[in-house]
Design a protein around this ligand. Structure first.
Ligand code: FEO
Ligand code: CA
Ligand code: CA
Length: 554
């Protein structure tokens, strides 16, 4: 998810643009290079989870954030916390989080806000929709940029309120389009959209800007292709569905944001960067919907580290591919190379907006909800969370390779180890199920030791269905899975989320001593008659999505 998440002792030496560097032909966190170059005596100690020396936590149905004995969790930010003197607030449903270094004392934290549950924010069960309620729903979504400083103990902590903190939201923020579809009829002639919503996962560009991924845009704006009606909020603020579903790049220094149409439009889960052997930038992306595809984008021009933020142009012109995992081929979504696209009248602009249809025409494989994608920092292999095939294992449309009813983690190895290759091998790294201890994987992140941190996302109800995932596994949870060595592929549970919640975006602090993770929608399965969670404040409080830091007790 976040290359900077692994940059530890070297964090303070970085400037934003230098935080990720090219080693060979791969973009890797500077921490890996520094570690490889360091004499053994100066080796950096393992990160919080690096030695796997923690007692595995049991499954749990409790309304609590459960961590192993000897660890403790501290809440750092909650939905509704006031961020700045203007009164802007930390949004709802915090999802992706990433760090960005600024100087020795300060850093940026970025958090996405994916959705809003107004009833859990203000107890307004059954309330009639009004313009103000609709505005509130859109304001809770988007993202938060927050100043971090080191406290007396040397721990990085949010500074609230602070004049530098700011929000992007779904109501007011104006965001330009770029790339082939900008200004075309496919986006209704627009060069600008209002707002960003459904902000799920994300990524950090090599030049030090944040990408936020617009995922289930149809839930707010509807989707004529899917036959999904717009939400009640869109009734008060009607906007075209085609203005959402993009990768949005945000420069925290200037607050400028842009929707990159060249990276396609679908339920973008996140984006992970690498470079091809010839220096072109590569971006891997999942489309979180049952039966949808895995994508990669290869820029026309080469990544130039010295060019800094000017590398943004790489996300304006390039080739989008969709994966045919049955034959191990990237199918170019390019009418000049894929006659089926030309025959169906798909030019580049249309491909950028109606990407799903283009991928099917090009012969891409329908996958089992491809969510997070992450590039192994050493091997360049691309790990993919395949959350689950719904409605079930007997669906005849299920891909031939995919047998796991509880999801799986796949791994894609590019031909010749070149991220720019058009052929690849694909395998299942860890299947989901009671035997492995993995279920419905959603977010992935690498530790410096090349362990995968994996969060689960299955739906939960106030009372688990007999024999269902929730009864088998308890609440959603977070596991550590080594990718090499004798424990490779073995799943060890580190934490369990409160009732109704899922964990999002596990991210190690730069010194490796804390694991930051967002707890999203605790009590999300509540009804007016039954509030299923009181986390994090307890008592009779309404539940709130929140960011927590987990560390060893000292
Ligand atoms: Fe927003 Fe696919 O989780
Ligand atoms: Ca997700
Ligand atoms: Ca999710």
């Amino acid at each position: 998810m976040n290359p900077l998440a692994h940059s530890r002792r070297q964090f303070l030496q970085f400037t934003g643009a230098a935080a990720v560097v090219a080693a060979g032909h791969r973009l890797v966190p500077a921490w890996f290079n520094a570690q490889a170059a360091a004499p053994a005596a100066q080796a950096v100690p393992p990160s919080l989870l690096g030695d796997l020396a923690f007692p595995e936590v049991a499954r749990s149905h409790a309304d609590a954030l459960t961590v192993p004995e000897g660890f403790r969790a501290e809440v750092l930010l909650r939905r509704g916390d006031v961020l700045n003197p203007q009164g802007e607030r930390y949004g709802d449903h915090n999802d992706f989080l990433t760090w960005l270094p600024r100087d020795e004392r300060t850093a940026w934290l970025w958090c996405n806000h994916e959705d809003a549950q107004l009833e859990l924010a203000d107890g307004s069960w059954g309330a009639t929709w009004t313009r103000e309620r609709a505005a509130e729903f859109l304001r809770w979504q988007g993202g938060s940029a927050i100043r971090l400083e080191r406290d007396r103990r040397g721990r990085w902590r949010p500074v609230l309120p602070h004049a530098e903190n700011f929000r992007l939201d779904g109501l007011t923020t104006k965001i330009a389009f770029d790339g082939p579809a900008a200004g075309t009829l496919w986006v209704h002639g627009a060069r600008e959209a209002i707002g960003t919503t459904s902000n799920c996962g994300g990524g950090l560009t090599p030049w030090g800007t944040v990408c936020t991924a617009e995922e289930n845009f149809q839930e707010t704006w509807g989707d004529p292709v899917l036959g999904t009606a717009p939400s009640q909020a869109a009734g008060f603020f009607p906007r075209p569905s085609e203005h959402y579903g993009y990768i949005v790049e945000v420069d925290l220094a200037t607050r400028a944001a842009v929707k990159h149409t060249a990276l396609g439009r679908f339920a973008h889960e996140n984006v992970a960067f690498n470079t091809a052997r010839d220096g072109r930038l590569v971006a891997y992306m999942g489309d979180d919907r049952n039966g949808e595809c895995l994508y990669k984008y290869v820029s026309e021009e080469r990544y130039e580290p010295a060019a800094g933020a000017a590398n943004r142009r790489l996300l304006q012109r390039g080739t989008l591919y969709a994966a045919d995992t049955e034959r191990g081929r990237w199918r170019p979504l390019d009418p000049a190379r894929t006659p089926a696209l030309a025959r169906a009248g798909f030019d580049r602009a249309r491909i950028c907006v109606h990407t799903r249809a283009a991928a099917k025409l090009a012969g891409a494989t329908r996958l089992a909800r491809p969510e997070d994608v992450e590039v192994h920092p050493e091997t360049g292999e691309v790990y993919v969370a395949l959350t689950a095939w719904q409605p079930g294992a007997n669906d005849p449309r299920r891909p031939a390779y995919f047998k796991e009813a509880a999801g799986a983690i796949g791994a894609l190895r590019e031909a010749g180890g070149d991220a720019g290759a058009e052929e690849f091998d694909f395998r299942i790294f860890v299947p989901g199920g009671p035997d492995t201890g993995l279920a419905w994987p959603d977010n992935l992140a690498f530790t410096p030791e090349r362990h995968l941190l994996v969060t689960t996302d299955f739906s939960v109800k106030p009372r688990p269905e007999p024999g269902g995932t929730q009864e088998t596994f308890g609440n959603n949870f977070l596991v550590v899975v080594p990718t090499a060595g004798p424990a490779a592929g073995k799943v060890k549970r580190f934490a369990v989320a409160p009732r109704g919640a899922e964990f999002c975006s596990p991210t190690l602090s730069p010194d490796g001593e804390e694991l930051w993770v967002n707890v999203q929608h605790p009590g999300g399965d509540s009804t007016a008659a039954e509030i299923t969670s009181r986390w994090p404040d307890g008592g009779t409080s309404l539940p709130r999505s929140a960011l927590v830091a987990i560390r060893r007790e000292t």
